[in-house]
Design a protein around this ligand. Sequence first.
Ligand SMILES: O=P(O)(O)OC[C@H]1O[C@](O)(CO)[C@@H](O)[C@@H]1O
Length: 538
Amino acid sequence: MTEKRYAAWTALAEHYETIRDARVSEWFANDAERARRMTVEGAGVTLDFSKNRLNSETLQLLSALADEAGVAARRDAMFAGEKVNVTEDRAALHVALRAPRDAAYGGAEIAAAVAAEKDKMRAFAERVRNGAWQGYSGERIRDVVNIGIGGSDLGPKMVCHALAEHGHPDLKVHFVSNVDGTEISRVLAGLNPATTLGIIVSKTFTTQETMTNARTLRDWFTAGGCPEQALHRHFVGVSANTPEVVRFGIAEENVFEMWDWVGGRYSLWSAVGLSIMLQIGPDGFDALLSGAHAMDRHFVETPFARNLPMLLALIGIWYRDVFNAQSLLVAPYSEALHYLPSYLQQLEMESNGKSARLDGRPVTEPTAAVLWGEPGTNGQHAFFQMLHQGPTLVPIDFIAALRPESALVDHHVKLLANCFAQSEALMVGRSLDEAKRIAGPDRPELAPALVFPGNRPSNTLLVDALTPITLGALIALYEHKVLVQAAVWGINPFDQYGVELGKVLGKAVEADLRGQGEDKHDASTRALIARARAVLGL
Ligand SMILES: O=P(O)(O)OC[C@H]1O[C@](O)(CO)[C@@H](O)[C@@H]1O
């Protein structure tokens, strides 16, 4: 890493030396107000960050870092529709997709285009949901297959899974993303072509995986009895590239538009969320948008000390750049939020996993941490051992909804108990004296294995209930967290050039697997190709 950019980095590094050995549990013991002071609420989401290894001085220094880095100006530029995605010369206006028409982020023209597309989505979703939209045999649609990958899959899939209890009784939404034919084969195995609708979602409409799956789906329809001329009743497309969608064979009136100023991983609020609207209905979709908009306003209007995205981002930077933590665990104590970690992996790592700054120079601090996660309590029986007793510091975001999605309240009390207990145990730990007492006089050698270092930091994010509104707010919270971190690191969170090289080489390898390439590879790759060709008989 090169020279530090901001004085606040040096101040934070010096401050770290003064508190590195401080125990959070002692801070709690000496300060009855700590939990209250370090719990903030915004747009229906509560963040308790009191179990972190920071004090009020840390917060002041982090706030100074945000000021020095010009975070507020970056935020305001994004909301104003400036071309903040400088490498691609585009705005990043996902906030316009969820704003009321009069907010007009990015201007009235954009607001009108967004409203028109939303009306079109609503009209379509209502026809599918009430059975007016019929397949080739005159039957209503019962299954929807969303084909897309990355941002064209992860957001809608995560939200549809999260809000399954809010779904339509006669309509089931399925997701296919992987080019591995196993996925689409398994999904289609249980479906009837006459009552199935495919949504092909791809901003570019050139993505290999999506186009391969889309063609397979088309063949499945025709092989299953759908006449060619009736395919338009089974296919809609979502894209910023309408000509390509039409070339694929989807009727132009069945194309839902997105725009270049909607980044893939920020796109679930656009027509990319059509599957969500089909599942939870247009009003439910509006509620999702309104929750996100409430978080947008909170982000813009709330001072640093109570601003959830600012705090989540700066606390993340504190661990990533000062403690040098390599990863961030997201632990939703919610089966409904099963896919939240996968969604956040793209959001955080595709956005901020970068080394070049906006000014072309190398970053001065490590950027995006490795984000991983698994719903609780499952994770407790898999990797929590390492979190409690391994030598590596892993900051954690615990996330829970206080009301259950199921009727099984007894289960939910146990779920919440586990969530709260884990953050407490990680923070409190267990001393050697206590460990010796537990090991007992007969087995003193066991004591070291029973020690928990404690002082392991975590945030706890709570919503009263997981609804379209609170889920929208939660997602927008992480989106803005990413923006704040990008502003501090001086990088562009809206491009993703890092995915390109693998795609280019993928084409060359595919050609060689088929025996049609130039065979320009290293010895290892050549041997892998040869072995696959032999097994596949290519
Ligand atoms: O919507 P598209 O154009 O098919 O792209 C899918 C995904 O591929 C990526 O470009 C990465 O390869 C993501 O950013 C994007 O969400």
